[in-house]
Ligand binder design. Structure first.
Ligand SMILES: [Fe+2]
Ligand SMILES: [Fe+2]
Length: 147
């Protein structure tokens, strides 16, 4: 079994809480915008929730591999908004928080020479960068349409 660095375990724990919070966030938003009659955005947000769930699963698998039980106990409360534009603002900020967390995790793993965890965090970092980018583009397109 891989040795577990305390700080890496801390990053894994925070990552799990944040990824599960992202599932809660996007699932809530999917239902919210569906209630506004926005079916395409609802579908896109639901897919976002699935993507974050797959991140949570990868973190859980890593935790099991290093011999710790997943124990996320506090999720970030879901911020609500009154328009799709407001929801996208919230999402862009949320993805930025994920990017910040994973950047720190990658840097730490690099420093201590922890290759496996570095690979995991780097993959997740790259995917959150893609999410962040897509959300910014979505918001720009939306604003262009409503001008
Ligand atoms: Fe994620
Ligand atoms: Fe994301």
């Amino acid at each position: 079994m891989a040795r577990a660095d305390q700080k890496v375990l801390g990053y894994l724990g925070r990552a799990l809480s944040l990824e599960l919070s992202a599932v809660q966030l996007y699932s809530t938003q999917a239902s919210l915008v569906a209630s506004w009659g926005l079916h395409q955005p609802a579908k896109a947000l639901r897919e976002e929730a699935y993507s974050e769930m797959s991140h949570a699963e990868r973190i859980i698998q890593r935790m099991l591999a290093v011999g710790v039980a997943p124990n996320a106990s506090r999720l970030r409360p879901t911020a609500l908004g009154g328009s799709l534009d407001e929801l996208l603002d919230i999402d862009i900020r949320f993805e930025r928080d994920l990017i910040e967390l994973y950047s720190g995790a990658v840097e730490h793993c690099q420093k201590i020479g922890d290759y496996d965890d570095r690979m995991l965090f780097k993959d997740l970092l790259d995917e959150e960068h893609v999410h962040h980018h897509q959300l910014i583009k979505w918001q720009a397109d939306l604003r262009g349409m409503t001008q």
